[in-house]
Design a binder for this molecule. Structure first.
Ligand code: MG
Length: 256
């Protein structure tokens, strides 16, 4: 079921999403080669808690037998890792690493979700371009995120743009509605047919999240049950914001 948020709920969504934006502001400022991904995780958790939120990914259980709940506050996925990488004291950031971070804050019963890909140290031209295309794909998509349009219009715009730039999107994971639950309806794939799917209405809050790969779109899951990597070892990037559908332009809640 797609939930329509009331005025009061929209205020709470704005508040929790601001926590996510402030968390990324700090991560972007402080991320550098030599840090462990665990340090990033601790930094993010401290920031969220200092703002009265809790990290909603910590302890998140996907309900698959044998897969432990997610143990950390952020997902950190480096280079050929696409999403859901687990922070670790042993994982040290190196110059030129492409670091995708995805996190969800929970405050007053509402979730805010965003992802960013950073480069630590000196970036290759290929990495910069991939990250730029991934970010732009989000903005191409949300041009269609207006009341009266269909969700397929957004999905289509993202997929077409990414393909036009010579990149691929993964098909196994997608964006989603968000609110009291981290994942609500509708599912929002990064590809699709225009004119299909639910009609967008003011008060819907959606997490739109292009996950883009430089090589072939095939992915593998590592033995930890979480980390998703590209099969061909090519670079991946992720860019996500929680948005609010309004009568006019969408409001991006996880950007300051
Ligand atoms: Mg996310």
């Amino acid at each position: 079921m797609v939930t329509i948020k009331s005025k009061k709920e929209i205020e709470l969504m704005r508040e929790v999403c601001k926590v996510v934006a402030l968390t990324y502001q700090e991560l972007e400022e402080k991320i550098k080669p030599g840090m462990s991904t665990w340090e990033l995780d601790q930094m993010a958790e401290r920031k969220m808690r200092s703002l009265g939120a809790i990290p909603a990914e910590k302890g998140y259980d996907i309900g698959i037998r044998g897969v432990p709940p997610f143990p950390a506050s952020i997902c950190v996925s480096i280079n050929d890792e696409v999403i859901h990488g687990i922070p670790s004291k042993n994982r040290i950031l190196k110059d030129g690493d492409v670091v995708s971070i995805d996190t969800v804050a929970l405050k007053n019963g509402y979730n805010g979700d965003a992802a960013r890909t950073f480069i630590v140290g000196n970036a290759s031209k290929d990495a910069k371009e991939l990250i730029e295309v991934t970010k732009q794909a989000f903005f191409e998509g949300i041009q269609y995120a207006k009341a009266g349009n269909r969700i397929g219009d957004v999905c289509h715009a993202i997929g077409e743009y990414v393909h036009s730039q010579g990149y691929a999107v993964i098909r196994e994971f997608q964006g989603h509605g968000i609110g009291k639950q981290m994942h609500e309806d509708p599912g929002i794939p990064n590809y699709g047919k225009a004119g299909r799917g639910i009609r967008l209405e003011p008060g819907m809050t959606l997490a739109i999240e292009p996950m883009v790969i430089a090589g072939k779109p095939n992915i593998l899951e590592l033995e930890d049950g979480w980390t998703i990597v590209t099969e061909d070892g090519s670079l991946a990037a992720h860019y996500e914001n929680t948005i609010l559908i309004t009568e006019k332009e969408p409001e991006i809640l996880t950007i300051l």
